[in-house]
Design a binder for this molecule. Structure first.
Ligand code: AMP
Ligand code: MG
Length: 489
């Protein structure tokens, strides 16, 4: 019987020297079952819904498509600001890449068994964290934020030991490349500049061919990655996404959101919020993400120095981070508030944004609902927009801010209706709140996967009203305030 990916996979990474990876097969799991499948992701690689069940043995890692040369890649990284040495694909295995109209797409199993880079780990992923990665990858893509994708999620009842015994699952994830900042750091710290050059040339040729023509292609690479990272951070901030583990080994060289672990979406607004229970210092808090993104680019720059060999040039590339981030953040905030970027108003607008975040923080207003419901405000009718006002305990403080906002709206040509529609196209109504994921996880642990499917379909259209699914936009219930997410996955 032929399998969905038979004879369709190439593996460009396998053409790199053997020191970059170890070839190996996934370790089978007993009695697999399909938990979820993303039709949207499948379409990207030319598969359809009919392949979901047909591919089960491949998704779980019990069958390897014909012609595939699976491998685990080596990389290193800085974890929580400290050099951690060699890490690598400890539980991810690359199946290969598939040609698509938009360029090659790599497929990886996550949780398909041990590799030479597993260190003390078991090479497995649990159903709980796999559901979170699956749903959030697809939700972020639907929000329009660069991310790895999730094609399929398969489970097995084989026990996996974490804080308690859980069960195993495998996510088949996809991205044009899974190369990380840490892939470069690896060769820098090993003092092997020839390997570093091979990797940089591979990434340039495959993903940034236009930069090869520049006078200093490696500095151009650093500049491009720095700017992509800066824009990604602004996009995360703009929807209240918190990654939770922004170690350099989790930073994509393509500027994609990668390695979903203890991530979260901001609810009651608190800039110091830490979504990762293990991150006691709050290094990766919401407010710190932009500067950590910059720090990580410095780590990448350090690793590329043997190739760039020109400190001012590297510094110039890094210095483009702040203005890129600021410009993107400013653009996104204007869009979120339905304002156009008018140069004469730039300073006043910044003050308006600062005042907004201040009053949101003081009242712990729900991040997603605040921006979504703000679209109901009317320029000349102070009575409209009660849904957003209700998010504030201190109504007077909220009224004070909206008064400034309404004055600012006088300079906008758009009608209330047009502004509201435009705001709803950039302020999601539906995000993957922890409690929504938790409900789906608990049902799935009892073999009911319907909630995952429902959530996936709601989150596929985060900007649509979907009145029939309004419950999915609701504030978290009381029980959810005790939810804790840690690195354990
Ligand atoms: P993360 O914090 O999930 O990005 O993981 C950091 C490193 O630990 C990576 O090299 C992972 O491959 C590895 N790792 C995490 N969990 C496991 C596991 N259960 N088994 C093997 N390696 C793991
Ligand atoms: Mg990782």
């Amino acid at each position: 019987m032929s399998l969905p990916l038979d004879n369709k996979l190439d593996n460009s990474y396998a053409a790199l020297p053997p020191a970059f990876y170890t070839r190996l097969m996934p370790t089978p799991l007993p009695a697999p079952y399909l938990v979820a499948y993303s039709d949207d992701a499948a379409q990207l690689i030319g598969l359809d819904a009919a392949q979901a069940a047909a591919g089960l043995d491949v998704w779980i890692g019990n069958a390897v498509p014909q012609g595939a040369t699976p491998l685990a890649a080596v990389y290193s990284g800085h974890q929580f600001g400290v050099w951690a040495g060699q890490l690598g694909d400890g539980r991810a295995i690359l199946l290969g890449d598939i040609a698509t109209p938009h360029g090659p797409m790599e497929l990886q199993w996550k949780g398909a068994g041990q590799t030479p880079y597993s260190r003390m780990g078991d090479g497995r992923a649990v159903l709980r964290s796999s559901i979170r990665e699956f749903l959030c990858s697809e939700a972020m893509a639907a929000l329009g934020i660069p991310t790895s994708r999730a094609l399929a999620l398969a489970g097995s009842d084989q026990g996996v030991m974490r804080e308690t015994v859980e069960t195993a699952a495998v996510v088949v994830r996809m991205a044009p490349s899974f190369v990380r900042f840490g892939s470069f750091e690896h060769w820098y710290y090993r003092k092997q500049p020839e390997q570093l050059k091979i990797l940089a040339d591979y990434v340039l040729a495959r993903f940034f061919p236009a930069l090869q023509a520049e006078a200093q292609p490696y500095a151009a690479l650093l500049r491009e990655v720095t700017q992509r990272t800066a824009r990604l951070m602004a996009q995360w901030q703009s929807v209240g996404f918190m990654h939770g583990v922004m170690n350099t080994d989790n930073m994509s060289i393509l500027g994609l959101t990668l390695d979903y672990g203890p991530f979260g979406f901001m609810e009651s607004f608190d800039p110091g919020h830490i979504c990762n229970h293990t991150d006691q210092q709050g290094r990766y808090s919401y407010a710190n993400q932009p500067q950590i993104g910059h720090w990580n680019c410095y780590a990448l720059a350090q690793a590329l120095m043997p190739l760039i060999d020109d400190v001012p040039l590297a510094q110039a590339a890094l210095d483009s981070y702040q203005p890129t981030f600021a410009a993107e953040m400013d653009r996104l905030l204007h869009a979120k508030l339905g304002l156009s970027q008018i140069p004469e108003h730039a300073d006043a607008d910044r003050k308006l944004f600062d005042a907004m975040f201040e009053v949101m923080e003081a009242n712990g207003a729900d991040f997603t609902l605040f921006f979504r419901n703000l679209s109901q405000l009317q320029r000349d009718d102070a009575g409209a927009g009660s849904a957003v006002r209700d998010l504030f305990i201190d109504r007077a403080a909220f009224d004070g801010w909206t008064q400034q906002y309404r004055v600012r709206l006088q300079h906008e040509a758009a009608s209330d209706t047009a502004r509201s529609a435009a705001m709803n196209r950039v302020n999601p109504k539906y995000v993957l709140r922890n409690y929504l994921a938790q409900v789906a996880i608990e049902k799935a642990q009892n073999k009911d996967f319907s909630e995952i499917e429902r959530l996936l379909s709601v989150l596929r259209h985060p900007y649509d009203e979907q009145p029939e699914h309004a419950a999915y936009a609701a504030l978290p219930p009381d029980w959810a305030s005790h939810l804790e997410v840690s690195c354990s996955s």
